[in-house]
Design a protein. Structure first.
Length: 263
């Protein structure tokens, strides 16, 4: 039995509140267990210098953990002089994940900024950021399509992310901080709604894992991704094959594994 009573394949309760920010083109508050992240998606009518004149847009992400998002207060990275290596890695992961499901040419020469601010951390902050960011980005894409800024919605597919790993002798899904800090292997998986991989990060900590263990982590990860995309579909109706995307009229949704409660 895991510390919070879950089975190996259960994900933590997920709660998403849409339109958390009244100014951004898209925004959500996502909670996965005790991890909470505020995400905004903002459109800027320009692109980085390397894309000027290309007709192509860009998606970039910024990530931060607020000072008291952990048990002891963190110093703001701006005070330290810049983002840490960990922060830069996570920012790049979020950006890559979202660019993997957006046609940047259809976006045109504009930038979509995705800001992920962790207000409470209990493991899985990067995967929660990616999963929640998809909804914020989708809302922003639908908005600029309806306003006529783009001719066709640039979204190509859903995308979500989940953690899995080996704790003790067992493969488990959606690690909280206590499990993550003692895990022999930690794996982050990013996948699209059609089942394609965007990223697989698997690392052993003083432990080398077998092909069989890797396959089991992958199996659990896919199961978790399917649950998260099911949650995303409560907010966004999409038929990627014909480019049809619709914002569903729901403000809040709570998912308890094997039980759903519509907020």
């Amino acid at each position: 039995m895991r510390p919070d009573g879950r089975t190996p394949t259960q994900i933590r309760p997920v709660k998403i509140i849409r339109d958390f920010n009244i100014y951004a083109e898209g925004s959500v508050l996502i909670e996965m267990g005790n991890t909470k992240v505020i995400i905004t998606a903002s459109i800027e009518e320009k692109v980085p210098p390397f894309l000027r004149g290309s007709g192509q847009g860009w998606i970039t992400a910024e990530y931060a953990m607020l000072p008291r998002s952990t048990e002891s207060r963190n110093i703001r990275e701006v005070v330290r002089g810049g983002p840490s290596g960990r922060t830069q890695e996570i920012q790049r992961l979020i950006g890559r994940s979202l660019r993997g499901v957006v046609d940047l040419r259809k976006l045109g020469e504009r930038t979509l900024w995705v800001d992920c601010d962790v207000i409470q951390a209990d493991g899985g902050t990067r995967v929660a950021s990616i999963t929640g960011a998809f909804i914020a980005v989708a809302d922003a894409m639908i908005k600029i399509t309806e306003e006529g800024l783009v001719k066709q919605n640039p979204l190509k597919d859903y995308v979500a992310a989940i953690s899995t790993g080996i704790v003790g002798k067992e493969v488990v899904l959606d690690l909280n901080f206590k499990e993550d800090s003692s895990a022999k292997v930690d794996m982050n998986l990013v996948m699209t709604g059609s089942g394609n991989f965007v990223e697989v990060q698997a690392t052993g900590e003083e432990y080398s894992f077998t092909q069989q263990e890797f396959d089991k982590m992958l199996e659990y990860g896919k199961l978790g991704i399917n649950k998260l995309i099911h949650i995303q579909k409560q907010f966004i109706e999409g038929i990627p094959s014909i480019g049809h995307w619709k914002r569903k009229d729901i403000k809040e949704f709570v998912y308890v594994d094997k039980e759903e409660v519509n907020g």
